[in-house]
Design a protein around this ligand. Structure first.
Ligand SMILES: *[C@@H]1O[C@H](CO)[C@@H](O)[C@H](O)[C@H]1NC(C)=O
Length: 285
């Protein structure tokens, strides 16, 4: 006969595996209030946020906070990115706004995490194949997908979906505390808050040809909006390709100062181009 303690453990195992089944098979429609506690006396778990249905649930041992996920929020300036000779952009239309590249977890030194995996198991987060990605994220959140297509389009890889999956695979799952769908929601929401083009415009910095802006003016315009200085990346000499904001805690969506150090591709000033897109001979701003 099972002792009371064993039964309690079995219940917990059932609950925990039940949740995973819901996640992986997409059949979880249950909704639990924030603060809902399940488990046993000795190992209780509390729902901190969301529902099973939207997969935003974060179940943690009561009293434990999730560890912060420091990261780089990388946004691309497509005209400058595609102008770099090593970058072959595949789309006929180059977006005339900043687009999301990804949210890249970093280590204590501020370097982008680059844990290697050949077997698909050595990284903390789940490796997803296309089918799983479709089931867990794309099919589940059609409105998110619509949004990502505008704000997180692929510039190089043929399909947006493959690009998103690549970002999850290469960066999102370097740290364990972000669920795949959450990775995309968090990144989208953080990027939205930055509204880079308008932050620059507010300081008279608009894209153009044969125009060079002092790096310090670009930095100041972004600092005014976000509170922290960005890193500016130039893949072609003195042409803005990407803008990085450092994130102290991706879950809490907190920006932070970047660690001072030499990164490759940092723009070298004092002035850089902020290229506009040319379509059919006309400037698109
Ligand atoms: C994707 O992974 C699932 C679960 O491991 C597996 O059943 C499925 O066959 C895989 N699909 C492809 C296309 O590899």
């Amino acid at each position: 006969m099972l002792k009371r303690k064993d039964i309690a453990s079995l219940v917990l195992v059932f609950v925990v595996f039940g949740i995973q089944t819901c996640f992986s098979q997409n059949i979880g429609k249950a909704s639990f209030p924030k603060g809902f506690v399940f488990g046993t006396d000795s190992s209780a778990f509390q729902v901190l946020k969301g529902t099973f249905q939207d997969q935003m649930i974060i179940a943690l041992p009561v009293g434990k906070k999730p560890p912060p996920v420091p990261a780089w929020l990388v946004q691309t300036w497509p005209a400058g990115y595609c102008a770099a000779s090593s970058t072959k952009c595949s789309k006929p239309t180059i977006p005339a706004s900043f687009t999301i590249h990804g949210l890249w977890p970093i280590d204590n030194d501020g370097h982008v995490l680059n844990k290697v995996d050949d077997d698909g198991h050595s990284l903390p987060g789940r490796k997803l194949n296309r089918t799983q990605f479709k089931n867990l994220v794309l099919d589940y959140f059609p409105n998110l997908v619509k949004d990502l297509r505008k704000k997180w389009p692929s510039l190089i890889i043929e399909s947006d979906e493959d690009f998103w999956l690549h970002e999850w695979d290469r960066h999102g799952r370097q740290q364990p505390v972000i669920q795949p769908s959450n990775y995309f929601f968090t990144t989208r929401d953080m990027a939205e808050r930055t509204d880079l083009l308008n932050a620059l415009k507010a300081k008279g910095i608009v894209p153009g040809h044969n125009l060079r802006y002092p790096i310090v003016d670009i930095e100041n315009a972004i600092t005014k909006k976000i509170g922290y200085k960005p890193l500016l990346l130039c893949y072609k000499t003195n042409t803005l390709s990407e803008l990085v904001l450092c994130v102290d805690d991706a879950k809490a969506q907190k920006f932070a100062p970047c660690k001072e150090q030499k990164y490759p591709n940092l723009c070298a000033g004092p002035r850089i181009e902020f290229l506009s897109v040319i379509t059919n001979g006309a400037l698109v701003v």
